[in-house]
Structures are given as structure tokens and as C-alpha cells.
Ligand binder design. Structure first.
Ligand code: PHE
Length: 358
């Protein structure tokens, strides 16, 4: 008769020695499979006398149960080990410093864009947008420049081929059509800025055929030039990061504002460097005025009840002044060395309390 204790020790040894699930399965088949050692043993019970069976039956069954339990436990252990090995091999140490790969930087125009938005958001303005390809009607006519108006000639417009219905589109020559879009879509009070791309047929060191402007528009029941001046002063202090600025108003003309005012900022240009807030030089920063009542009417706003002010400035121009960039064309040459010199850290978003340009 088989020595059960020795057989059990042999099988349990094989189980614990199985290196992987395939080896364990082989052990299971050789013990519990149809022709396995334990199965063969159980078959012998049939030929035994009742007394022998009484002794051997429970012993064989206990052996089978123990082997089954041992195989199940080993299977779990092998699965855990496989999972742990995989976790260890896929482990990433997130405390390691990032790789010193070259990272992109923020273009000075994008930087100034974000700075302008941060400053005006703090003053309670929201951002409005319009398309680059604009209706002639919104770019000119509704802004009090009908088709034969002389002021149109100053805009050096890129015209788009006429549409099938005869309507004319242009590449917008300024961001002022966003004023029109906002007034047509929204009831006063209105307080928006609209930074964006603009286009004119012009190219030299201070002009690019594609450039950027920001527009401001405020419409309410009581607005006046004093509000406009205060807003521009607050903007200039925040933008040029100086505690005090001085603005000088010059009478001007825009068909869509009446009266119209251009603003110069006091600065000092001695020593090849510009300082704002001191000195005896003046630099133009914005065009502006009280919105012409005709424009309000054209856009469905009652000029007897409401009035407002508008202003517009060049974003590229502001970037050139603030960051000492001499030629506007360099903005759009995609020269990586230039971007490296003038670009801003990618993750430093300008905020008023965290610093605009640091
Ligand atoms: N749109 C004018 C320009 O491009 C600037 C401006 C905006 C003037 C708003 C007055 C009011 O020259």
C-alpha cells in the first residue's frame, strides 16, 4: 500500500517548488488529473473490504483536500508575485526632476495679450471676440464710415472678393467692428475689451500687414471722458508696472467717436532705454473718444438714454515699448533664437497680484 504521508510530502513539495502557473498546472494534472496519483488511489477504494475502506477512504479524501487547498494557495501566491513584478517594472518615480528638454516659450504678443486681458478683467471688463474676415458693413458703415467716406482711405484695406449676393467682406482693419457686434447682441450696460488680429496693406519697421489691437467699449447711462481717462491711467500704471503715470490728451478725429481724443504717456527716452512716469518725452498709447451717437443708433441703442466711450491701442506696439523690441517685423519671422531671447516662461501666466511680466 502507498505510503500516504510520503506521497503527500512529495506532492506538496512539488507544489511549493512550482515556479510559475504552467508548472503548477502540471503538478495538479499529475496528482488530481484523470490518471493522477491521487485519482488512481481513490479508484482502489472500490476493490477494498468495508473495513479497509473505512480507514483508507477518509485518509485519501483528506489527502485530496489538502492537495487542492495547497494548489489554490500557490496559485494565488503566483498571481500576486506576477502582479508585483509587473508593478515594479512599470514603476515611475514621480519625485524625479523633469527632464531638461528644451521647452517652448510664450511669444511677446501672446504675453501682452494676456497682460491686457488680466488688467481689464480686474477693472470689470469681459472679453468679446469677432472674426478676422469681417463684413464691410461692420468694419466701416455701421461705424459711421459709409462707402464714399474719406476716412476709409486711411485704412489701407485688404478687400475679399465679393460674395454671390453682392455683399463685401474685408480683413478687419481694426478691432472696432467688435463694438458693433457687441452692441447688436447685448443690451447696456456694456463693458468689454476685444484683443485680436487686424490687417492693413502696410509694411515697414513699425507696421506689419497683420498686427494686433485691443478695443475697449463701455456703454451706460452715465459715462464721460473722465471715466475714460481714469481707465486708461489705471491700465498704463498696471501695464508699465509703475506706481504713477501721466497722460496727455490730444484732440483727434475718428468717425465713430465724438469728441475723439488721442492719449500720450509721459516717458523718458534718454540713454537708449524708456522709463514711464517721468521725463520730458511723450509716446502715443491709445486712440479713443465718446461713442458717436450715430454709431449707437446704427447698432440699435437709444442715444437719448445711453452714451459710452471707446478706446483702441496696438498690442504689438505696446510689446515693443515695454520689452524694447525695435522692429515689428521680427515678431512674425518665426526665428527661434529671437523667441528664445524675447519669449516668456510657458507656465508663468500674468496676473495682477502675482506679477505681470515676471
Ligand atoms: N479703431 C481705431 C484705429 O484703429 C482706434 C480707436 C478705437 C479709436 C476706439 C477710437 C475708439 O485707429
Amino acid at each position: 500500500m502507498t505510503d500516504i504521508t510520503a506521497l503527500e510530502a512529495e506532492i506538496l513539495g512539488a507544489i511549493s517548488g512550482a515556479a510559475d502557473e504552467a508548472a503548477l498546472e502540471a503538478v495538479r494534472v499529475s496528482a488530481l488529473g484523470k490518471k493522477g496519483t491521487i485519482s488512481e488511489l481513490l479508484k482502489t477504494l472500490g476493490g477494498m473490504s468495508p473495513d479497509e475502506r473505512k480507514v483508507n477512504g477518509p485518509a485519501f479524501n483528506t489527502l485530496r483536500d489538502r492537495v487542492q487547498t495547497a494548489i489554490a494557495a500557490k496559485k494565488t501566491a503566483l498571481e500576486d508575485a506576477a502582479l508585483n513584478a509587473r508593478l515594479a517594472s512599470e514603476r515611475v518615480d514621480i519625485t524625479l526632476p523633469v527632464r531638461p528638454e528644451p521647452v517652448g516659450s510664450i511669444h511677446p504678443v501672446s504675453q501682452v495679450f494676456d497682460e491686457v486681458v488680466a488688467i481689464f478683467a480686474d477693472l470689470g471688463f469681459s472679453v468679446a471676440e469677432g472674426p478676422d474676415v469681417e463684413f464691410d458693413d461692420y468694419n466701416f458703415t455701421k461705424l459711421n464710415m459709409p462707402p464714399d467716406h474719406a476716412a476709409r482711405q486711411m485704412h489701407d484695406t485688404f478687400y475679399v472678393a465679393k460674395q454671390a449676393d453682392g455683399s463685401q467682406h474685408v480683413l478687419r482693419t481694426h478691432t472696432s467692428p467688435v463694438q458693433v457686434r457687441t452692441m447688436l447682441a447685448q443690451k447696456p450696460p456694456i463693458r468689454i475689451i476685444s484683443p485680436g488680429r487686424t490687417y492693413r496693406v502696410d509694411s515697414d519697421a513699425t507696421h506689419s500687414p497683420m498686427f494686433h489691437q485691443f478695443e475697449g467699449l463701455v456703454i451706460d447711462e452715465v459715462t464721460h471722458l473722465g471715466h475714460l481717462k481714469w481707465v486708461l491711467e489705471e491700465f498704463c500704471k498696471a501695464f508699465f508696472e509703475v506706481p504713477k503715470v501721466e497722460l496727455r490728451a490730444r484732440p483727434s478725429f475718428f468717425p465713430f467717436t465724438e469728441p475723439s481724443v488721442e492719449w500720450d504717456i509721459r516717458c523718458d527716452r534718454r540713454g537708449g532705454e524708456i522709463k514711464f512716469g517721468t521725463g520730458n518725452d511723450w509716446l502715443e498709447v491709445a486712440g479713443s473718444g465718446m461713442v458717436n451717437p450715430r454709431v449707437l443708433e446704427n447698432c440699435g441703442i437709444d442715444p437719448a438714454k445711453y452714451q459710452g466711450y471707446a478706446f483702441g491701442g496696438g498690442i504689438d506696439r505696446l510689446a515693443m515699448l515695454k520689452y524694447g523690441i525695435p522692429d515689428i517685423r521680427s515678431f512674425f519671422e518665426s526665428d527661434l533664437r529671437w523667441l528664445k531671447a524675447y519669449g516668456f516662461a510657458a507656465l508663468d501666466l500674468p496676473t495682477l497680484d502675482g506679477g505681470l511680466s515676471r
